[in-house]
Design a protein around this ligand. Structure first.
Ligand code: G1P
Length: 291
């Protein structure tokens, strides 16, 4: 099989962030801070480290701040420069895209994740691509998306990054079925979105990084509504599985669901404790809270 490089990533950012309201009333949830930079900053860093050359954000109404975040803030930059705060200025400038590295497309109705990904079809064209769900911040020595791309190269398959959760939580996610479970990378035989309690085919959930072939778009175009009345990516992937292979990758790393109150709190604490410039102060400030 001819392996084409995975160059583009779709990042759906149209969701409402209801689990962390009212904090997301005027701030897109993707711009909530984890330590000192927004969730999206971690995701873009991961994509770049995995060799992604073009990021396509699927946005919605009231998400304009995301586009502004990835542009110059001329007055602020001038002030930081005048005050000699070059470290902060350099950190800010390093996040900015190369001209043309980012595109923004609107999902004009909240019809579901499958519909959001489909909105990016013209910008992806006819090549394999990544999908990154930005709520899921993945902390890993080898970036999670790079692990997925390596698995795609190795197998030629569509890849879904998965992780184990307690069985009483599987109904909140997409869940995969495996042929056999040996090691971290296994051929899939099925998947289901939000299975009813007690019916999940495994405890491995679809956790937010995918490598997909472009044939998914034709299936998304005709996809009926599924769980929650939404056009589900999982349902079209299941149909694609009838003609193409899929592998599930249990990646090596830790996931923080930053769309959730406790997940966001965990990410802030854990990632501050990993930072050389913050870990001592963070430990000193936090440990009395547990004594
Ligand atoms: C989406 C996907 C689901 C996946 C989940 C991970 O669901 O449809 O398959 O397991 O993200 O967070 P949502 O969280 O949008 O309901």
């Amino acid at each position: 099989m001819l392996h084409r490089k995975v160059r583009k990533a779709v990042v759906p950012v149209a969701g409402l962030g209801t689990r962390v309201l009212p904090g997301t009333k005027v701030t897109p949830k993707e711009l909530l801070n984890v330590v000192d930079r927004p969730i999206l900053s971690y995701v873009v860093e991961e994509a770049r480290a995995a060799g992604i050359e073009h990021i396509i954000f699927v946005t919605g109404r009231f998400k304009g701040a995301i586009e502004d975040y990835f542009d110059h803030q001329v007055e602020l930059e001038a002030q930081l420069k005048a005050k000699g705060k070059t470290d902060i200025l350099e950190a800010m400038l390093a996040e900015l895209p190369r001209p043309g590295e980012m595109s923004f497309v609107r999902q004009m109705q909240p019809l579901g994740l499958g519909h959001a990904v489909w909105c990016a079809r013209d910008l992806i064209g006819d090549e394999p691509f990544a999908v990154i769900l930005p709520d899921m911040v993945m902390d890993a020595e080898t970036p999670a998306l790079k692990q997925a791309i390596d698995a795609h190269r190795q197998t030629g398959s569509n890849i879904i990054v998965v992780e184990a959760v307690p069985e009483d939580q599987t109904h909140q996610y997409g869940v995969v079925a495996l042929e056999t479970r040996e090691g971290r990378l296994n051929r899939m035989t099925g998947m289901v979105e939000k299975p009813a309690k007690g019916t999940a085919p495994s405890n491995l959930i679809v956790s937010g990084r995918y490598i997909l072939q472009p044939e998914i778009f034709d299936l998304l175009e005709t996809q009926d509504r599924g769980a929650g009345g939404e056009i589900q990516l999982t349902d079209s992937m299941f149909r694609l599985m009838q003609t193409q292979s899929f592998h599930a990758l249990e990646y090596d790393g830790v996931t923080y669901d930053c769309g959730d109150k406790i997940g966001l709190l965990r990410a802030n604490v854990a990632l501050a404790l990993k930072r050389d410039d913050l870990k001592d102060a963070a430990r000193e400030a936090l440990s009395p809270l547990f004594s």
